[in-house]
Design a protein around this ligand. Structure first.
Ligand SMILES: Nc1ncnc2c1ncn2[C@@H]1O[C@H](COP(=O)(O)OP(=O)(O)O)[C@@H](O)[C@H]1O
Ligand SMILES: [Mg+2]
Length: 474
């Protein structure tokens, strides 16, 4: 391990345990410690007082001691500790920003450390924090590392207003790649101060049963202490009375927490209309409802391709529950092309429109244009058909979930160049009016159809990329 690897390692550790990257002074201290420099020298190079540099250094060693479950890591032994760790424990950095040590990932190791360190996370990485400020305990080990991020100012303001206004359940909906996860990570960095205790991010990519998820969340809230069995499996009548039968509520009431659950679509069934739970996962619906209706000051954010069924009902009842339908990026998506080095900027807005500003699609397409056509956007646009390439498998994941009736309706929309009026059902569509209404509502809840107002009526259409995919499949 050289000094750059050591810095990268500590930076990942900092990110997974605190949600913040190392700042330039922290890096300078680590470099200095690696090269056996004195605090005085580091301070001179950085135009800071020696006392201040020592304080920041002390907090860094404390973070490392706790995070590595080692006895005191200090400036004098930092290099040796990291070199030994690499040698003996097979420390590696894994792609999603987690630190993996031997057979353990940061997921396993940092829960107890969070509680033991108490104030470590916020204090260590915020020079201005004073002891009177609240201590936020972050767990972002499950989250991807933030990447380049453009705009989304209005969405961030909306979400911040909802959170400040004590909305208890927020759902962010949108197609895969539209930027739900990236937006939420950005949001966390903006609204940490709103929460006095815990911010926790979990992906449901492995479809955990509700009980497993609750136990995991409670365990984090308890600072890693095991969850007492009766609280989860068989709450006593007294516990039911205070928690409303939902053990997690106890924690959501005692502190203002933010819990983010990503990839909610994994708990919904394929080949059923949007937002229907898989067998065994129906209790998630009751969980979302209870989080919204019970009194507490915490907030749950769901990120999903599909809207959960009960959310629409809760919204119609004016409960503290909101949905953000995330659309693509606007002109700022040009930054993606600039960054990829594409030619002909005057053609970029056409490309953004065709790919509906979906940053993942735009990244894929820009890479393709760069690799295959030397960056020529006009050549790409001159082709008769829209080239899908790697987008095909992404679209397959979403469209494969549709019911037979939804597929029929998508086929109809794909073959209709103008936005369609659903009051005029074509004969070849074997759907009753009621069925068609249900299907269009469901496709809307999957973000697969777009609504256009014409003559004071809603007309429906689909994005060019999806049209191409559906047409190719026929
Ligand atoms: N506002 C943005 N600016 C630049 N890139 C973005 C933005 N939002 C998302 N991306 C990029 O697009 C890709 C997909 O974003 P992601 O948040 O994972 O989408 P989703 O969670 O909706 O599937 C990622 O590579 C991400 O870095
Ligand atoms: Mg995501």
């Amino acid at each position: 391990m050289d000094v750059e690897e050591a810095l990268e390692f500590v930076d990942h550790l900092a990110w997974t345990t605190t949600g913040k990257h190392l700042d330039s002074l922290q890096k300078a201290i680590l470099r200095g410690a690696w090269e056996n420099q004195k605090y005085k020298e580091i301070a001179q190079h950085h135009n800071r007082s020696e006392k201040y540099v020592k304080e920041v250094g002390f907090k860094l060693w404390k973070l490392l001691s706790v995070a590595l479950e080692d006895e005191e890591v200090c400036k004098a032994n930092f290099r040796a500790k990291l070199e030994n760790l690499r040698f003996f424990s097979n420390v590696s950095l894994v792609g999603n920003g987690c630190v993996k040590i031997g057979n353990f990932s940061a997921d396993n190791i940092h829960y107890p450390k969070v509680s033991q360190s108490e104030s470590l996370q916020e204090e260590t990485f915020n020079e201005k924090t004073t002891s009177s400020e609240p201590k936020v305990h972050l767990d972002l080990a499950d989250a991807p590392e933030p990447n380049l991020f453009y705009n989304r100012t209005s969405e961030l303001t909306t979400l911040e207003n909802w959170i400040v206004g004590r909305t208890r359940l927020i759902t962010i909906l949108g197609l895969s790649g539209i930027g739900k996860t990236a937006l939420t990570l950005q949001l966390i960095s903006q609204i940490q101060h709103e929460f006095d205790y815990i911010i926790i991010y979990r992906s449901l990519r492995n479809s955990p049963p509700l009980q497993t998820l609750q136990t995991d969340l409670i365990q984090f809230c308890r600072g890693g202490a095991p969850v007492p069995a009766p609280s989860v499996s068989a709450p006593s009548p007294e516990e039911r009375a205070t928690t409303g039968g939902l053990p997690l509520l106890e924690y959501l009431r005692s502190h203002r927490c933010l819990i983010i659950l990503d990839d909610i679509q994994t708990i919904f069934s394929s080949q059923q209309l949007a937002g229907n739970y898989q067998p065994g996962y129906e209790n998630y619906g009751a969980f979302f409802k209870q989080i919204t209706e019970s009194s507490h000051n915490s907030c749950l954010i769901l990120l999903s391709w599909e809207k959960p069924r009960e959310i629409a009902t809760l919204e119609s009842e004016n409960r503290p529950c909101k949905t953000l339908q995330l659309n693509g990026l606007g002109p700022e998506a040009q930054e993606i092309f600039r960054e990829k080095g594409l030619a002909e900027p005057e053609k970029w807005s056409e490309l953004i429109d065709l790919y509906r500003g979906n940053p993942l699609w735009l990244n894929i397409v820009a890479t393709m244009i760069q690799d295959l056509l030397g960056g020529s956007v006009s050549e790409f646009l001159s082709y008769d058909t829209l080239f899908l390439g790697d987008l095909e498998s992404l679209l397959h994941q979403q469209c494969d979930r549709l019911t037979a009736s939804e597929q029929q309706a998508m086929g109809w929309l794909a073959s209709t160049p103008e936005p369609a009026d659903i009051s005029k059902i074509p004969e070849n569509l074997q759907l009753s009016r009621a069925e068609l209404l249900n299907v269009m509502q469901s496709l809307g809840r999957r973000s697969l159809v777009e609504t256009v107002q014409q003559n004071a009526r809603s007309h429906f259409t689909i994005a060019p990329v999806i049209r191409e995919y559906i047409t190719n499949k026929k």
